[in-house]
Design a protein. Structure first.
Length: 364
């Protein structure tokens, strides 16, 4: 089998944040969801779908796939995944081992795993050595609202839908207090701050948040790769630390784990290097005794890949479901947990094909 064509499909889709108040909301001031889908065709008639992280960087990622990644895989056997992953990382290292380059490699890798498991006639989770029977708990990953009343409203809505865990993206005490008051003592609350603070400020804010019984504080320090500072924060505050969505490759996760920087490691399959690299990170986490918590605020093949990977982990942790509503569903019924847990689609490969009519509608 040979790869005959790689098509990059850029999409923009409106979404609903679930609140009437609009306007500036700091870090998460998005207008639309960006998608960079990768369609890989073969001479055997099998097509694979990938998903490169592209929120607010879609055009750059698409160009990287077209001009840096695609020419290096045409004519190769798509089932030779480990070698292709290695060759792409080696050939493209000069352009960066993180960020845009690795996003592009990640999307291609997901598509190759989709092809390989379709060629075998089995779901991806079976290709990864799992039965597909595991029910993985979900948590609601709230948008950033910068308004205590809106935070309380969204927390109430999440708990009404059966979520027992909610992650905030707030950076101030009033919003965290509002979440705890709305959710009560039984709701587990995480706070993802998206790397805003110096180590000193992060310590101050984490101690201020600690009163509200955080399940974890996520990425409180800038730059995110300051693993020594994260480790010191854990020691100084006693609050569990989560990080990893900005880390790419197993090598950076090894440095993170060796530093004792995190209680929860958060590889993102559309960023870290795809399924191939995610599996390396999972093995490292198991060796270090650190719980993996996949980063998965997606609505494309990357979310499906996350569900399959979770099935193949001995302790899959929690699945993140970003708490917004896209205008349309590529995979109806997949994004919303049932009784607070996620299953996994059982068709060959990733399990479900994206809707071609929706691609046509939202294509840029």
């Amino acid at each position: 089998m040979k790869i005959t064509n790689v098509e990059v499909i850029e999409l923009e889709m409106p979404f609903d944040r679930g609140v009437s108040k609009q306007g500036e909301v700091g870090f998460l001031n998005w207008g639309k969801l960006d998608f960079c889908l990768i369609k890989v065709e073969t001479d055997a008639g099998i097509t694979g779908w990938g998903d490169a992280f592209s929120f607010q960087c879609r055009r750059a990622v698409a160009e990287a796939v077209k001009h840096m990644v695609a020419p290096r895989v045409i004519g190769r056997d798509p089932r030779d995944i480990a070698r292709i992953s290695h060759d792409l990382q080696r050939a493209l290292h000069i352009f960066g081992r993180y960020g845009i380059t690795m996003f592009a490699i990640s999307g291609m890798d997901i598509a190759l795993w989709d092809i390989a498991s379709k060629a075998a006639g089995i779901p991806l989770y079976q290709m990864l050595g799992a039965s597909g029977d595991t029910k993985v708990p979900a948590y609601a990953s709230l948008f950033r609202y910068e308004d205590p009343e809106l935070v309380a409203d969204r927390v109430n809505h999440a708990t009404s839908l059966g979520y027992g865990l909610a992650k905030l993206h707030e950076i101030a005490v009033p919003e965290v207090r509002a979440a705890r008051e709305a959710g009560g003592e039984d709701l587990k609350i995480m706070v993802d701050t998206n790397c805003p603070w110096t180590p000193e400020k992060a310590r101050e804010m984490t101690l201020a948040f600690a009163e509200y019984d955080l399940h974890w504080i996520e990425e409180p320090i800038n730059p995110p790769e300051d693993f020594r500072a994260l480790a010191q924060l854990r020691e100084d505050t006693g609050v569990a630390v989560a990080a990893g969505e900005n880390a790419c490759t197993g090598f950076e996760f090894r440095n993170m784990l060796e530093a004792g920087a995190v209680d929860y490691a958060q590889p993102s399959v559309t960023k870290v290097g795809g399924i191939t690299e995610f599996r390396k990170v999972a093995a490292l986490c198991e060796s270090f005794g650190v719980q993996i918590m996949p980063h998965s605020p997606y609505f494309g093949p990357g979310f499906l890949a996350t569900l399959h990977l979770a099935q193949a982990l001995p302790n899959p942790g929690l699945i993140e479901r970003i708490f917004i509503t896209p205008e349309a569903d590529f995979y109806p019924g997949v994004y919303d947990p049932v009784d607070g847990v996620f299953g996994v689609p059982s068709g060959p490969g990733l399990g479900i094909e994206p809707d071609p009519d929706l691609i046509k509608t939202y294509r840029v």
